[in-house]
Design a protein around this ligand. Structure first.
Ligand SMILES: *[C@@H]1O[C@H](CO)[C@@H](O)[C@H](O)[C@H]1NC(C)=O
Ligand SMILES: *[C@@H]1O[C@H](CO)[C@@H](O)[C@H](O)[C@H]1NC(C)=O
Ligand SMILES: *[C@@H]1O[C@H](CO)[C@@H](O)[C@H](O)[C@H]1NC(C)=O
Ligand SMILES: *[C@@H]1O[C@H](CO)[C@@H](O)[C@H](O)[C@H]1NC(C)=O
Ligand SMILES: *[C@@H]1O[C@H](CO)[C@@H](O)[C@H](O)[C@H]1NC(C)=O
Ligand SMILES: *[C@@H]1O[C@H](CO)[C@@H](O)[C@H](O)[C@H]1NC(C)=O
Ligand SMILES: *[C@@H]1O[C@H](CO)[C@@H](O)[C@H](O)[C@H]1NC(C)=O
Ligand SMILES: *[C@@H]1O[C@H](CO)[C@@H](O)[C@H](O)[C@H]1NC(C)=O
Ligand SMILES: *[C@@H]1O[C@H](CO)[C@@H](O)[C@H](O)[C@H]1NC(C)=O
Ligand SMILES: *[C@@H]1O[C@H](CO)[C@@H](O)[C@H](O)[C@H]1NC(C)=O
Ligand SMILES: *[C@@H]1O[C@H](CO)[C@@H](O)[C@H](O)[C@H]1NC(C)=O
Ligand SMILES: *[C@@H]1O[C@H](CO)[C@@H](O)[C@H](O)[C@H]1NC(C)=O
Ligand SMILES: [Cu+2]
Length: 663
């Protein structure tokens, strides 16, 4: 079954299906894929045995250079402010987890007794970056982690709070931490984007992020924004509570739980780059080796010849639910490439939140989550026929340009068990379910996310009238003799030699206090639209659109590529005004329904399609708009908006921020 299945899937990589689509054969392929695509379980017992000498010792990470940092890990993990009861079912691991493995069964449960109406306070967290050896799916590799553990700790605050996040970089390379989706109003310099809002935190260095969250709440995440680093483990969930959210949806569920879903690679991410960008590779992204649910998954070690794969540790995440209770699952795609179809067998999902926007409850069976997007779904544990179910994070194979022979099952599974037993393992390699995947949802015949016209924010907010319109073409140019790169309106991004915000601030701040206005600062202050290439000390690889004053900005992203791109705008939520295939229907501009469009921070533009987004440029700073697929970002798919430069000149960044660029 498994072999047949993978063969069926092997016929559906992206480019070949594109060809079939043209030939009208896609429905047949889809039918084959869905007919074969519900194989359930690997037979763990038949998996290759691992020689006892290869099994990890009880504390293998003690041999790693960062063993000392995992001691501080538990100390700062206790920074989680609440110690109140977290769920009716307390999972006690039947075995000790390795030091590097975060026990998400307790760390990712969110207390229903969290007090969201407490007066604003300051909450401090220590995040220490280091490398450890770990094996999230049994396959041993070097991870770059936070506080010695993978995945990273849950950070929880109330709307209105101030966050102090002390980052200590004990890793081998630079780092930065970006809080995804934060407005960072007046604190653009805390946005954590490498060589855009800040220079990197060097190995051995530290930096304190310090910002408030006055006017947003919901499910977010944080991650390294230094090159490909987050793919190696520098990620974690970030939840902002609020009284308003509790009032609107708090009564709908009994328990609250974070569910990270992601693709997973067995090598350090940067190691894939040269092959990916190589001439003639035609933007064929590295295909993941596996996927993870809350940092763990099954992997069949016999598929790799490497002897550092520990079959007995290739454990799935276990969720223990109390019968008849309703759970809020905060699903976050913390991966780098694959879009994920999330589902729980036999349990409908009631969607109530997306990217920090509450949604009119809507029920579906499978939820498509693009990289960096978040959704909250409600799941009621009231199925009576059985008590053990698969939780699925199905990687959308249609988005893959090739096959990966060791990725034999695109359905990455966790186990949901109804139990009152407090002795259920938080992770397990010997639990499985007999349930079937929802059969009524078509197989992936495109690489696209949930269409935003099918969801509606709970708090009605009509889109403002646009005052300016920018069309941006995103494309890949693939050559025989030059490396393959991605372009936003003809410019391929790579990190500048110093942070763009730092450079802009240094040009603008003097002009604020005196009459010193050179040509560059005049340009930065007055240009409407793209700034001249090279204004920042000759960097030719920064495409920056200047929005000097308050505007309501329409951005039409035109995708000239055969891959889909989940675009993320920093510093804002935008309205998703429209999306489609082919060329943008200019005749319909002005006719889109703007009464209450979805507001979010990450949206997918389909292959050879377009998306029209709108944001109110009222937040000063230099804000990237980029594809969140790490491969594409590293190939250059990023542009920037510089908004209200006069206010940038009035920023008050801490000295430590400037020092990172002056080191
Ligand atoms: C894990 O793999 C690394 C090489 O990536 C190796 O140095 C280390 O010894 C392995 N760990 C164990 C416990 O075998
Ligand atoms: C962070 O680390 C500092 C210095 O080690 C310590 O004083 C402080 O208590 C820690 N804060 C938290 C929240 O763990
Ligand atoms: C779980 O633990 C909490 C606190 O330790 C306790 O109040 C609660 O009763 C426990 N629940 C169960 C079902 O044991
Ligand atoms: C650090 O960066 C170098 C150069 O890109 C790379 O070879 C190495 O694998 C990186 N190490 C980690 C742990 O990311
Ligand atoms: C955080 O920023 C606020 C406002 O600028 C400042 O008063 C406070 O001292 C800062 N705290 C830290 C720990 O940097
Ligand atoms: C299970 O709960 C859902 C949500 O409350 C409800 O719609 C459904 O009817 C329930 N099913 C059963 C079998 O009680
Ligand atoms: C599990 O606990 C619930 C109360 O939390 C109780 O109603 C139910 O009967 C228990 N089930 C079993 C099998 O003990
Ligand atoms: C995996 O689960 C097995 C039992 O199912 C346990 O013995 C082993 O320690 C677990 N390993 C990890 C890394 O969770
Ligand atoms: C991007 O390029 C397209 C095509 O050349 C052009 O129509 C559009 O105006 C450019 N966008 C901006 C912001 O200049
Ligand atoms: C101003 O722009 C020019 C190129 O137009 C560049 O050579 C110069 O370095 C810039 N000045 C500063 C201070 O960045
Ligand atoms: C999203 O739905 C709208 C309305 O049905 C449709 O016009 C649009 O083409 C869809 N977008 C995509 C990318 O499928
Ligand atoms: C930023 O703050 C200004 C007030 O200083 C406010 O008008 C604007 O709406 C805010 N923008 C965002 C995105 O929070
Ligand atoms: Cu992309």
């Amino acid at each position: 079954m498994t072999a047949e299945k993978s063969q069926g899937q092997k016929n559906t990589p992206r480019r070949r299906v594109t060809w079939f689509l043209l030939g009208g054969g896609v429905l047949i392929i889809a039918a084959i894929a869905s007919g074969l695509g519900i194989g359930l379980r690997h037979d763990q017992n038949s998996a290759a045995s691992v020689s006892p000498s290869a099994s990890p010792s009880s504390s293998p990470s003690s041999s790693s250079p960062s063993a000392t940092s995992s001691a501080t890990a538990s100390a700062s993990a206790s920074a989680t402010p609440s110690s109140s009861p977290r769920s009716g079912v307390n999972i006690t691991s039947a075995f000790a987890l390795p030091d590097w493995k975060l026990d998400t069964s307790s760390a990712y449960r969110i207390s229903k007794s969290w007090n969201s109406s407490e007066p604003p306070t300051t909450r401090e967290f220590n995040l220490t970056i280091s490398e450890v050896v770990g094996w999230p799916d049994g396959y041993n590799r070097t991870l770059t982690v936070i506080n010695g553990q993978f995945p990273g700790p849950l950070i929880e605050v109330n709307m209105g709070d101030r966050l102090i996040v002390n980052v200590q970089n004990n890793g081998a390379n630079m780092t930065t931490i970006h809080f995804h989706g934060m407005y960072q109003n007046k604190t653009n310099f805390m946005d954590g984007t490498y060589m855009i809002s800040q220079c990197g935190i060097p190995p051995g260095g530290s930096f304190t992020y310090n910002f408030t969250v006055p006017d947003q709440y919901g499910t977010y995440w944080y991650h390294s924004h230094y090159r490909t680093q987050y793919m190696d483990g520098v990620i974690g969930p970030f939840v902002i509570h609020s009284q308003e959210e509790d009032d609107l949806i708090g009564d709908m569920y009994d328990y609250d739980q974070v569910v990270l879903v992601s693709d997973w690679y067995h090598g350090i991410a940067v190691g894939y780059m040269s092959e990916y960008l190589a001439p003639n590779n035609e933007n064929a992204e590295p295909v993941p080796d596996n996927g993870l649910i809350n940092g763990a998954a099954y992997f069949d070690c016999s598929l790799t010849p490497d002897d550092t794969c520990y079959q007995q540790d290739a454990n799935r995440t276990v969720f223990a639910f109390e019968r008849d209770k309703t759970y809020r699952l905060r699903v976050i795609n913390t991966g780098a490439f694959a879009e994920i179809n999330f589902s729980v067998d036999e349990h409908p999902l009631t969607l109530v939140e997306g990217d920090g926007t509450l949604i009119q409850p809507t029920t579906l069976h499978k939820l498509k989550v693009a990289v960096a997007q978040r959704y909250s779904v409600l799941v009621t544990a009231n199925v009576t026929t059985t008590d053990t179910f698969w939780v699925r994070a199905e990687l959308d194979e249609y988005c893959f340009a090739a096959e990966n022979p060791i990725l034999t099952d695109y359905s990455i599974n966790g186990v949901l068990v109804y139990t009152n037993d407090t002795d259920v393992a938080a992770y397990s390699n010997n639990m499985s379910a007999e349930t079937q995947s929802w059969g009524d949802v078509a197989a992936n015949v495109q690489c696209l996310d949930l269409n935003n016209t099918s969801i509606e924010p709970m708090i009605v907010t009509p889109a403002a009238e646009a005052t300016v319109f920018y069309r941006i073409d995103s494309s890949f140019q693939i050559w025989d003799y030059a490396i393959d790169l991605a372009y936003m309106n003809g410019t391929t991004w790579s990190p500048a030699s110093s942070s763009i915000l730092y450079q802009a601030y240094n040009m603008l701040a003097p002009s604020l206090s005196s009459t010193v206005e050179d040509n560059n600062s005049t340009q930065l202050l007055n240009t409407t639209g793209p700034l001249a290439l090279g204004v920042f000390g000759g960097n030719q690889d920064q495409y920056i659109v200047n929005v000097p004053d308050y505007e309501v900005v329409d951005i039409l992203i035109n995708n000239l590529d055969d891959g889909a791109h989940p675009f993320h705008l920093h510093g804002y939520k935008f309205w998703v005004i429209g999306s489609g295939y082919g060329t943008f229907p200019y005749n319909d501009y002005g006719k889109f329904n703007t009464t209450n469009p979805m507001r979010r921070d990450t949206v997918t533009v389909v292959a050879y399609g377009w998306v029209l987004i709108r944001f109110v440029a009222d937040n000063a700073g230099v804000w990237p708009l980029h594809c969140h697929i790490t491969w594409h970002l590293e190939a250059g798919l990023l542009m920037q908006f510089q908004v209200q430069p006069k206010k940038i000149a009035a920023f008050e960044p801490p000295a430590a921020w400037a020092q990172l660029c002056e080191a």
